[in-house]
Design a protein around this ligand. Sequence first.
Ligand code: PHE
Length: 342
Amino acid sequence: MNENIKSLYQEIESFSPENKSDLEKFKIHYLGKKGKVTMLFGEMRNIPAESRKDFGQEVNRLKNKAQEIIDSYTEKFENEISTDGEYNDLTRPTSYAHIGGLHPLTIVTQKIYDIFKKIGFTVSEGPEIEDDWHNFSALNFPEEHPARDMQDTFFIKTNPDIALRTHTSSIQVRVMESQEPPIRTICAGRVFRNETITARAHCIFHQVEGLFIDKDVSFADLKQTLLYFAQELFGEQTKIRLRPSYFPFTEPSAEMDISCDICNGKGCNLCKYTGWVEILGCGMVDPQVLELCGIDSKIYSGYAFGMGIERMTQQIFKTKDIRMFFENDIRFLSQFNSLNSL
Ligand code: PHE
């Protein structure tokens, strides 16, 4: 390469202007009418024909380098208030910035929190990686319960005492162990089950659970609280129905359905022509669980309930496929951007 060009290239490359006027000088010095690079273009015709092409390419490289430096510093100086007392126009419209919003699952979780906070519930948290005691044993799961099976729960290979929590009830154990009744709390979070991923099920999902422990808590208290909750979340016209069910940690236990808000109970595709949609599990905390967690079951009683947040969110927004909540497709998520609360 021509020595002159080579040293010019180094000169240009090492240039670092401190402000806009430095940059302006640089521009004139190299690319101006009488600039060093411009002059080299003028010399082209004095170059022997056989080396003209190479010369041209090298000069072009110089010009591109200088232009690249000008562009990058121009942008830099545009974005900052210069130090030489010269200010940019701060009223200039900015370039478009994408503004995010809350994830639909977060919107619904916060709404559920708000509904229960209004009646005195606090919010509790707990770890996603749990031990057998908090996830199963303290909740009265017998040794041979299928949920403890490797097929249903993600255990840590080297230590079968540790697993990813399969429900948020483990948080309730932690609350009962560490707090004196009366207890009135809800908690939410990610839970993990070894399920095949389909439109209706996922190996990761979210739950919200509630726990109430005091003297003389009855099933009527549970039912009234759940009716209040359902009507706050789904509208005043909502009816609830409780069906007997089974959970190792509650006795008696029930599943709660709400009247289908698409067909108002008449029967449609969404409710599989029953008029009802199942939304949560609940029951009176088994006295055995209270005792295991250090609460005197002769003095205290309580209720608990738990629900899948994806299921609630699908019910509210009528989305069809649970996988959409985890794919982070901006086209799906941005539809909720204007809804930072329900
Ligand atoms: N933990 C139960 C589940 O995972 C839900 C539940 C919570 C049921 C509390 C009753 C009481 O499905």
